[in-house]
Design a binder for this molecule. Structure first.
Ligand code: SF4
Ligand code: SF4
Length: 284
């Protein structure tokens, strides 16, 4: 089986420094790579972008960042929308929008379900990140984004498809919009930080009339009577249970410690929830 390019992006490592964003601009803005890509305009195109997702509410708030780019799909809608072979899939998995044949084919932009293609108005050309194919063909083993990222968010892998599926299973990697069946070659680690919700709270206990953080309390999360999550409160009495599907409805939370217990119901909507301060032994 032939080896093909894949990109692994670890969402938990990205801190939004945007060095990779600038590196992609530096590589493509004003630079023609015949056979690969025409020059990116100075303004308006983000072939690699960083999206932001905030979760929770004060005091349990976190921000995560999602690098997005062309996914180099194996079943690419942009290819199907192109005429005259203007978008082609290389044997090594990379999807190239031909900078000559694709001229005037604006329908290619609209065909991408990831919004990864920009329209170059001046050149009347659809354009997307080429996986730095011109660099890889010249012997590079990493994309520029990986080369410059200070947190090792990216891993550029050239492996056969069976090996990539093994890595995917082993590391719990996911792709964006898998339900579309586009079979992206860009994989994400810790994608739940973007796609899923957490629930958290601060647990306190009354000690001789003074409220203290209840460290070490056991927290159980149940759905329909079945345990779906478990945590132990930290030094500040806080806990967080993650990877809950958004809009997943009713849950029951149970907290126990030597000082007392608590049980209560809540509903999970589209966003993560901070449930406030839970007072043990008082019924909340
Ligand atoms: S360089 Fe790395 S850490 Fe910085 S924005 Fe890009 S992926 Fe995130
Ligand atoms: S992400 Fe969009 S532009 Fe890239 S291969 Fe898939 S459909 Fe085409």
């Amino acid at each position: 089986m032939s080896k093909k390019w894949n990109l692994v992006v670890d969402v938990d490592r990205c801190n939004n420094c945007r060095v990779c964003f600038i590196a992609v601009k530096d590589e493509y803005a004003g630079n023609d790579f015949p056979g690969y890509s025409a020059a990116q305009p100075a303004q308006g195109h983000n072939w690699l972008d960083i999206e932001r997702k905030e979760r929770g509410s004060y005091p349990l708030v976190e921000a995560h960042f999602l690098p997005v780019m062309c996914n180099h799909c194996d079943d690419a809608p942009c290819m199907k929308a192109a005429r005259d072979g203007a978008v082609r899939k290389r044997d090594d998995g990379i999807v190239i929008i031909d900078p000559v044949k694709a001229k005037g084919q604006k329908q290619i932009v609209e065909a991408c379900p990831y919004g990864a293609i920009s329209w170059n108005e001046e050149q009347q050309l659809p354009q997307a990140w080429t996986f730095d194919a011109h660099l890889l063909d010249a012997g590079w083993t990493k994309t520029r984004a990986e080369q410059c990222c200070p947190t090792d968010t990216y891993r550029t892998l050239k492996v056969d498809d069976a090996e990539m599926q093994r890595i995917k299973a082993e590391e719990g990697l996911e792709v964006l919009k898998p339900e579309l069946g586009t079979r992206p070659r860009v994989y994400y680690k810790n994608l739940h930080l973007i796609t899923h919700c957490f629930v958290g709270a601060t647990v306190v206990v009354d000690v001789k009339g003074v409220e203290e953080c209840a460290a070490g309390a056991e927290v159980l999360l149940k759905k329909g009577g079945r345990e779906v999550g478990r945590a132990v409160t930290d030094t500040f009495g806080e806990f967080k249970i993650d990877r809950l599907p958004p809009n997943s409805g009713d849950y029951r939370l149970e907290v126990r410690s030597a000082a007392g217990s608590f049980g209560g119901d809540f509903e999970l909507g589209a966003e993560s929830r901070y449930l406030g301060v839970i007072r043990l032994g008082t019924g909340g």
